[in-house]
Design a protein around this ligand. Structure first.
Ligand code: PFF
Length: 458
């Protein structure tokens, strides 16, 4: 590969193949957000009308930021903090790297692993006692009992983190890429099985209609904001991931093309997830919501009413587990590669120390969802559970800040080099360069600033 030509880090590993890289980056992008939030937003904001808005926004803003992040990563061949350090004249840009790394590699992963742990518990539960309880309408009680059992939630969180650490210990090619090349096609296959089951249930049409029938009257300013926020979270932007993953891309690769594939895969899976969820829920007479409630309370109730519900429930939670762990690997690689690059630690030492610290930070999140006798979260910050507070700090504050400054850096301070990186040093044509330039300089930072402002207000 061409690592010598960068003159920066001749030792750095590269992705084994283009397919492997796309699977890994799509694995990061496709996560809980695609399955428990996107379908709900589509249903809420007018079906196909919202999909149209979402597609326009990710095509304009999401792809712009993703390409900027890939360019920064590949040009520097460093993880995010080091990338801003080597590429900028004034090292103050490094602060942007710190914000993104702390948000993605540390805070998000700490609570993402808690939810990842729940998926393991529910795979086992689906095959044991979950279905009989859910059939009696008690899936809410099952969930509350589980999240109130401090030993169990922490145990599953630790198992999930340990699995993430194990895969990432194999490195980028033999660990992350290899795992994603197996898990992502399997995830797709399971989703297809679930869709076939869902749309062939009697009464499924009502769900399809609710999900997809375009209703432009439901579109509002809030729809646009929801679409933008979801787009950023879903594509794993502003969290240092695509910079870190970009640092392992070969110099010959066409970055715009790769971004196109990843965005297409992410959107396809998000759309398909709705086809698995809504027809089944409506056929069983349940109107689904979003988030943990939909996944861990509503859906077990839906599965319990189907023949072989335990099998479909287990398959669904395996799908969710794959979605979660391929995202958590990317989050973990952010902090591990930072320690390797900037602190010169070995991969093993970085994994052990960072894995320990991230697990520790996750424990208050794991314990926070039990309820006190007064009905409040057991561990709360300003009335929100610790887990929700971590989510808000990282996604509503740190992510938009790092994304805005990433755009300003790539569009203004480092523009000439960004342009060269996107055209592989002027050896390939990137026809949309003028459009990208306008987006990265003006459209994307303004759009993200609006989400930031609204996120603070809510
Ligand atoms: N993109 C993932 C999802 O849609 O669930 C989650 C995620 C992973 C968000 C990594 C942010 C991130 F940095």
């Amino acid at each position: 590969m061409s690592s010598e030509s960068t003159g920066l880090s001749s030792q750095r590993e590269n992705w084994g193949s283009r397919f492997g890289f796309i699977m890994a980056a799509a694995g990061s992008a496709i996560g809980l957000g695609n399955i428990w939030r996107f379908p709900y937003l589509v249903g809420k904001h007018g079906g196909a009308a919202f999909v149209l808005v979402y597609l326009i926004l990710i095509a304009v803003v999401g792809s712009t930021v993703m390409m900027a992040e890939f360019a920064i990563g590949r040009a520097s061949r460093k993880s995010t903090v080091g990338a801003f350090w080597v590429l900028s004249d004034t090292h103050s840009w490094t602060l942007v790297g710190w914000i993104a790394t702390a948000a993605g590699g540390f805070i998000i992963l700490s609570y993402y692993a808690v939810i990842g742990g729940w998926t393991i518990k529910y795979i086992i539960g689906s095959l044991t006692d979950l279905m009989p309880m859910a059939a009696e309408g008690k899936s809410g009680e099952v969930f509350s009992a589980f999240v109130s059992n401090s030993q169990e939630v922490v145990l599953y969180q630790v198992i999930f983190m340990a699995l993430t650490m194990f895969i990432v210990s194999g490195g980028v090619g033999k660990g992350i890429e290899r795992a994603c090349k197996v898990m992502m096609p399997l995830l797709f296959l399971i989703l297809i099985v679930l869709i076939v089951r869902s749309v062939t249930l009697t009464g499924a049409e009502k769900g399809l209609e609710y999900y997809l029938k375009p209703d432009f009257s439901k579109l509002s300013g809030e729809s646009v904001l929801d679409a933008l926020g979801q787009g950023f979270f879903s594509l794993s932007l502003g969290m240092s991931i695509m910079i870190t993953y970009g640092s392992y891309i070969s110099k010959e690769e066409n970055l715009a093309n790769c971004a196109g594939w990843i965005i297409t895969a992410d959107t396809l899976i998000a759309l398909l997830a709705g086809l698995a969820i809504f027809p089944a829920a409506f056929a069983m007479g349940v109107e689904p919501g979003s988030g943990a409630g939909l996944t861990f309370i509503t859906l077990p109730g839906v599965f319990a009413k189907m023949p072989f519900g335990n099998v479909f429930s287990a398959l669904f939670f395996v799908l969710l587990f794959f979605a979660a762990i391929t995202s958590s690997m990317s989050l973990f690689e952010v902090s591990v590669s930072h320690c390797i690059d900037d602190l010169k630690w070995t991969r093993k030492k970085s994994i052990l120390i960072m894995g320990f610290l991230i697990t520790l930070l996750g424990i208050p999140s794991a314990l926070s969802l039990a309820t006190t006798p007064e009905g409040n979260p057991a561990i709360a910050i300003a009335g929100k559970s610790f887990l929700d507070a971590m989510d808000i700090i990282s996604n509503n504050v740190m992510m938009p800040l790092s994304a805005i400054f990433t755009c300003i850096f790539a569009g203004w301070a480092w523009y000439d080099s960004a342009r060269k990186e996107l055209t592989n040093q002027d050896t390939i044509t990137f026809k949309l360069l003028p459009a990208w330039t306008v987006c990265v300089r003006f459209v994307a930072p303004v759009a993200i600033a609006v989400i930031f402002y609204m996120g603070l207000k809510w």
